[in-house]
Design a protein around this ligand. Sequence first.
Ligand code: G3I
Length: 368
Amino acid sequence: MPATPRPLLVLALASALALTACSAAEPDPPTAGPTAPADARLRDAAPEGLLVGAAVAGGGHHVDADYPDPFPNDEPYRELLASEFSSLTPENQLKWEFVHPERDRYEFGAADAIVAFAEEHGQAVRGHTLLWHSQNPDWLTEGEFSDAELRDILHEHISTVVGRYAGRIAEWDVANEIFDDSGALRSENLWILRLGEGIVADAFRWAHEADPDARLFLNDYGMESGGPKADAYLALVKELLAEGVPVGGVGFQGHLAFEYSAPGGMADNLRRFVDLGLAVAVTEADVRMPVDGTPTNAQLTQQAEWFGELLEGCLDAGHCTSFTLWGAPDRYSWVPVFFPSQGAATPWWDDLSRKPAYDTLWGILDAR
Ligand code: G3I
């Protein structure tokens, strides 16, 4: 369905309304471009083959926040998740420290609830994550395990968690953030440090044994436009594929920040992976900006453009299976917790009204 043209006055009004969550009026011109109709939904506008997703807020930085656990308690938020998205990623609820808090105890309640919600609303689920350097429980990081024991622990974890959701979780981020920006394997990754690079291949094999139908991903940030980290992944996936390791895709997280540059050249970069037969995905999109009160219209316009570039970069690569936003609305975003002077990183204001970034994403999806 083509975008509905709107008179300039309506555009200006819509833009002003979107800013009601903000205090100061800005003199900048309103964002140009199509405005999504009120009944527009991202999941309905998406072209066939592309899932549009969101991280499901919970755990992590939400634990100490001054609001109730979002997913179980915030009904308007649940409605947003159900209506706008065709894929959900538990933000923290499937990470080791949440799902495997003690060596002999798994805690599946939060993840089960998300998977059940997704099934109820005809949504896919992305599993995040199985082998990472962060958010591992103390019993694991501080335990005195032999290499053989560590290997068994990882194998058991992957078999148990992936096996539990076999046929219900479509994509798994098997290995997350294993390279640093220079393209070297991260020294703080417990698994690689202790068991060597080959453990990555084993993790994929074990995940595949537990659910042969799931598409298995490597996932990382800061490599949308190419560079040493993207090159390291390209070299790794070539090795893995040559060895018959069941890697199925590479996830480009898409955490953008105004202090860095727009994701130029993204389609060409991603196409290198697609040309190997892999899927690509944008797995954690957000666009943060310096905020001191209200974002300016110029900032909102730039944010909309960068979200759009992320989405188009993935779609233009040829085999983009999902585009996932890392949190919405702004108040549930991880950004201000990690970067105290930054925020406003999602396409929704705190009151769930839409920002220009929403219109841009919808317009791109609707035009495809
Ligand atoms: O573990 C400490 C705990 O000991 C302490 O008591 C508590 C006090 O607040 O903090 C705990 O750490 C929290 C951590 O989650 C573990 O639960 C941090 O404060 C909290 O900021 C952290 O947030 C999560 C973050 O991953 C951790 O790296 C965010 O909610 C989550 O959105 C974020 O998601 C990651 C993706 O998984 C991978 N890619 C980057 C993305 C953004 O960082």
